[in-house]
Design a protein around this ligand. Structure first.
Ligand code: DGY
Length: 315
């Protein structure tokens, strides 16, 4: 028996129901702590999203019946992995299938932030477009600019491939330098601080960990070139949001593009006052193809586990 708390893709649910007895949470709202704990008495596996939080407290209260948490996400910051492992519960994620969709969204945010996507759309949509001038909504050119990427995993590398099509000069920081074939001409910086100074556009593509919490603080934002653009399609916790508002308000940053926020769902009303902050509601991986691939990967992991094999994406 497995529990699927969120509305996964039709193809995923069809396959899950074909192969397992499934309890679905029909209202498609986040599984609360009490619900997760109660459900652990009824199921052997769960397929949660990043909206279900397996904190140490929740994990301590899980029923021994639960054997595997097969996440429908690549990020695992919603899970206390140490606590789950110490309870002997297997944990998996869905790496390798979200990269292109998430990089597309990061690119969309970058272009939209650079070219006044919010203001332009609003002016035309509202019917108030009664003026044009060569000085109207003049933006920042992406083609040929320097792009700094923090985190050269799958998303970072996919973003770099797309950026090459825009003749961008690619710089990156990663825990370790990539092999030359993966680097493909991108310039490695062994510190974030060195990367920031050359990043006309900066894209965050690293996981949320205790080390990256609040990484983009006031000091770091100040190190970006004046008129820089910050893009975050990774996790809200990477950014000090008050410092970002200040950097945009002061004009030090020209714009920002955000798919992730410290408070989700909800976002930060402080950002909404600024047309040059483009926002999306954490939908980087939300394409039909990628949702199917994520769901199938989660099920592949369950299948391997219940067949007595090591799941391919065991953490
Ligand atoms: C992930 O997979 O981590 C994405 O943020 C969607 O949950």
């Amino acid at each position: 028996m497995i529990w699927i708390p969120r509305r996964l893709s039709d193809a995923t649910l069809e396959r899950a129901r074909r192969d397992y007895e499934v309890i679905c949470k029909e209202d498609d709202t986040p599984g609360a702590a009490e619900e997760i704990v109660a459900m652990s008495e009824k199921v052997d596996g769960m397929v949660p999203c990043h909206s279900e939080h397996f904190s140490a407290d929740v994990v301590a209260r899980l029923d021994p019946r639960l054997k595997i948490v097969a996440n429908h996400s690549v990020g695992t910051d919603h899970c206390d992995l140490k606590a789950l492992r110490s309870r002997g519960i297997a944990v998996t994620n869905t790496p390798g299938v979200l990269a292109d969709a998430t990089a597309e969204l990061a690119f969309m945010l970058m272009l939209s932030a650079a070219r006044h996507g919010v203001a332009g759309d609003r002016i035309v949509r509202s019917g108030d477009w009664d003026f044009w001038s060569p000085a109207f909504l003049v933006g920042k050119q992406v083609t040929g600019a320097r792009l700094g990427i923090v985190g050269m995993g799958g998303v970072g590398r996919s973003l770099a491939r797309k950026a090459r099509g825009f003749d961008m000069e690619i710089h990156y920081h990663n825990r370790r330098r990539l092999e030359a074939d993966q680097e493909a001409g991108a310039i490695y910086h062994d510190t974030i601080d060195s990367l920031l100074t050359v990043s006309d556009f900066l894209s965050l593509n690293c996981p949320a960990t205790p080390e990256t919490e609040g990484m983009m603080n006031a000091e770091r934002l100040a190190q970006m070139p004046k008129g820089g653009v910050l893009v975050n399609a990774a996790r809200g916790s990477l950014v000090d949001e008050a410092a970002l508002v200040d950097a945009v308000r002061s004009g030090h940053l020209a714009a920002a593009g955000l798919d992730c926020f410290r408070k989700e769902p909800g976002g930060n009303p402080g950002f909404a006052e600024h047309d040059n902050i483009v926002m999306m509601p954490h939908v980087g991986s939300a394409t039909v193809r990628t949702r199917d691939a994520m769901g199938f990967k989660a099920l592949d992991n369950l299948d391997a586990f219940f067949a007595g094999r090591e799941p391919p994406d065991m953490l």
